[in-house]
Design a binder for this molecule. Sequence first.
Ligand code: ADP
Ligand code: MG
Length: 401
Amino acid sequence: MPKKTVESLDVAGKRVLVRVDFNVPMDGMSIADDRRIQAAIPTIKSVIGRGGRAVLMSHLGRPKGEGFEESFSLAPVAARLSELLERPVAFPSHDSVDADAANAVAAMKDGDVLLLENLRFNKGEKAGDLGFASKLAAYGDAYVNDAFGACHRSDASMVTLPTEMGAKPRVVGLLVEKELNFLSGVLAEPNRPFVVVLGGAKVSDKIGAIEQLMPKADAILIGGAMAYTFIKALGKNVGTSRVEEDRVKDAHRMIEQAANTGVDLHLPVDHVCSTAFTEDAGDIEVFDDEIRDGYMGLDIGPKTQIKFASVISGAKTIVWNGPMGVFEWAPFRVGTKMVGTAIADATASGATTIVGGGDSAAAVDEFKLGDRMSHVSTGGGASLQMLEGRPFKALELIEDA
Ligand code: ADP
Ligand code: MG
């Protein structure tokens, strides 16, 4: 069911509470990656451009919940946001619900932007506390959820607050609308062939997604560390590659399920391996099929890259979650880059392509492929849980269109 969006709100002269996801990666006191701030700009502009007052709120990291901690302050985010919007952003310091914050909200004029300090400085945020949520609710005439990366959470600002808004409007922002369009809309009825590309660190993280997508997919390509649990399930030698022993059985079951339901399940047929889990200290070799003792697989090999790229090139819908190798290190980057490029090329030939997962999105960014994908999700855990088909309480509380 589509949700009402901020565009349908009459915002002029109204205080619009916008829950955004400004949980950006920090490098000390500076922002390492501002994509999540940029992603919220369209919704903020939609509010202030029509004479609304945007009261923004977010969490950042995992402070203790016992008051202000400088290293988790949203101050650098407020500064960056002000640059991106080319206008001042009010930032009442230290606490999102103290008298300073309330006064700053009360002093706002039409078209103003204000960012509250990190919601998690208050224990009530994580606890879903009613008292905390009702203080936030008092700041606004309407509620907008544009925090896709937090939609799988039931924190106060995501769930208790929209409940506390009572009869006041509750809508999604433009980012959440876009994410829902792709992650639930497109996947409900994918154009075929539908190819799912999975990789990354752990099978246990992705099992729910594999199980949900398997009945819908025409082909599943598995790379990354998780491939070794599958290869082990086939009884092959994986050397010292990362294997989740307690998931070998699940991997076996999924291989059988794919065979029984006619889904093409592709595992790597060759591997870029090293004797050590380091960028350059190990002895690097490529093995076909079985990996020699003492070596671990750190990327898909050249034959696998070609195979995967060819399956991808025939697809009309592609979901990619999880890098094919340790792309952070130059010797093990090629598999992820080749697969990413093949997906970008498929987009150019008319396929709908969706990238989910924080590390996959970082890889796409590093290889400058972001503009060549239909959609790169800003949600890490949220996009994975949406691929698993889980219902989100935070979204159930938003009015249907
Ligand atoms: P995403 O965030 O896109 O969902 P994950 O968090 O599941 O992806 O996995 C990303 C991590 O997996 C990366 O840090 C990458 O280095 C690691 N990885 C990928 N392939 C391997 C491998 N063969 N061995 C060890 N680590 C791997
Ligand atoms: Mg990750």
